[in-house]
Design a binder for this molecule. Structure first.
Ligand code: ADP
Length: 264
């Protein structure tokens, strides 16, 4: 679905990511993890051309990313990010409808889609569609942000720390929602986080980055049981979800993600 072949990006002559090789299969939940400045956001933004890569090739559905018009990428790839908030003077409905409006969907279809998404994210549509962002809690705003990213039914969902700055309970609830949406829709998801528990709980495949390079990639279980080096071993260390995942035995990789998150 998404392939990086020897991809590099430089800022002021310094590599932000270098010689990245990545192969994200359709329907896979991939988590990009690493410390701050390791190149996660840059990698994510190169997928939808918010950042243009300098070297190598990026393919989407078999074609070079450059052959797609930005508008087509906006339609086919939803993007949710913590720091780009909702438009403050627009209602929840108008915010969610951003991309469908651009695509000139009929009004009735947009309205139905907004209702469907609010219900999917456990927000009562009648109550919430007319509200403004300042009338929502942080967790509700994040839900609307995810709904906005899903609005045009994209094949790929890209998320950059979408649950950042939330309290642990709301964060856990939203993680469960995302796991459920992934299981329901089989969408390809790429999530950036620096939260190890989140990565272990949600990922089919984890890509661990350090200083712009991939240190190791594989299933959570693989990284926990066969760390490529001491960096990987220390990075994941000992934590509850990891131990639980290993406790699930061979079924761990396939286990329902809700099971991994349960009782976190
Ligand atoms: P992460 O998401 O893992 O925190 P980033 O991808 O944001 O890392 O950044 C990787 C490196 O690229 C960092 O050294 C960062 O300072 C640099 N970088 C990212 N964006 C820019 C930019 N717009 N201008 C200059 N340097 C940047």
């Amino acid at each position: 679905m998404i392939q990086f072949q020897q991809v590099s990006k430089y800022f002021h002559g310094k590599p932000a990511v270098e010689d990245l090789n990545l192969n994200i299969a359709a329907g896979e939940f991939t988590v990009l993890i690493g410390t701050s400045g390791s190149g996660k956001s840059t990698t994510l933004k190169m997928i939808n051309r918010l950042i243009e890569h300098d070297r190598g090739k990026i393919l989407f559905a078999g074609d070079e990313i450059h052959s797609f018009k930005p508008q087509e990428l906006r339609r086919r790839m939803g993007y949710a990010i913590q720091s780009i908030g909702l438009f403050p003077h627009w209602t929840v409905e108008q915010n969610i409808a951003t991309v469908p409006q651009l695509l000139k969907w009929p009004r009735g279809k947009i309205r139905d889609r907004v209702t469907e998404l609010l219900e999917l994210l456990h927000l009562d549509a009648a109550q919430f569609r007319g509200r403004y962002p300042h009338q929502l809690s942080g967790g509700q705003q994040q839900r609307v942000g995810v709904a906005r990213a899903l609005a045009a039914d994209p094949e790929v969902l890209l998320m950059d720390e979408p649950f950042g700055a939330l309290d642990p309970v709301t964060r856990g609830a939203l993680q469960l929602e995302i796991a459920r949406i992934h299981q329901l829709s089989g969408r390809t998801i790429v999530l950036v986080t620096h939260d190890i528990d989140e990565a272990l709980a949600l990922a089919d495949r984890i890509v661990l980055l350090d200083q712009g390079k991939i240190v190791q990639q594989g299933s959570p279980r693989h990284l926990l049981t066969q760390p490529a080096n001491a960096f990987v071993r220390h990075f994941f260390g000992q934590n509850d979800i990891g131990i639980k995942l290993l406790g699930l035995g061979a079924a761990g990789d396939r286990a329902h993600k809700g099971e991994r998150l349960e009782g976190k």
